[in-house]
Write a protein that binds this ligand. Structure first.
Ligand code: 5GP
Length: 125
């Protein structure tokens, strides 16, 4: 069920629990600003999620409210995760779903990194 990207942050969402270590994840990267792990239901040979450590519901929330240091740190982390996963040379796709039309399901900002195969040109479904 898509979430409301402007709703107050819910500290009991699944990614908040992963950040607190209450639920396990297959971690690939962590720094002061971000945590990255394998998606539980991969849609490509490589499907990673990168999440900020701060409490932000969505890209909308993050881009409006996060301090510049957190934005820079998170964006650098996304790039670093892709490099460490070997995705840069073959290429990859990154995606952040936002709200209802974007079909965002988890109300903590996450960037999907997809790789390991050729993706098709973007076309509206
Ligand atoms: P969204 O539709 O919100 O952009 O994507 C949420 C993603 O989170 C989905 O790809 C889903 O498979 C993934 N996901 C949901 N619950 C868990 C979980 O408990 N662990 C991990 N690793 N991924 C999850």
């Amino acid at each position: 069920m898509p979430i409301d990207p402007r709703a107050p942050y819910d500290p009991n969402n699944i990614f908040a629990k992963i950040l607190r270590g209450e639920i396990p994840c297959k971690k690939v990267y962590e720094d002061n600003f971000a945590l990255a792990f394998h998606d539980i239901n991969p849609q490509a040979p490589v499907h990673l999620l990168v999440i900020p450590k701060g409490a932000y519901v969505s890209w909308d929330d993050f881009s409006e409210k996060a301090p510049a240091e957190e934005i820079a740190g998170f964006i650098r982390a996304v790039g670093q995760v892709a490099r460490e996963a070997g995705l840069v040379d073959p290429g990859y796709r990154m995606l952040a779903n936002v709200g209802g039309h974007g079909h965002q399901e988890v109300p903590h900002l996450h960037v999907h990194l997809f790789g390991g195969r050729q993706f098709y040109a973007m076309v509206p479904q």
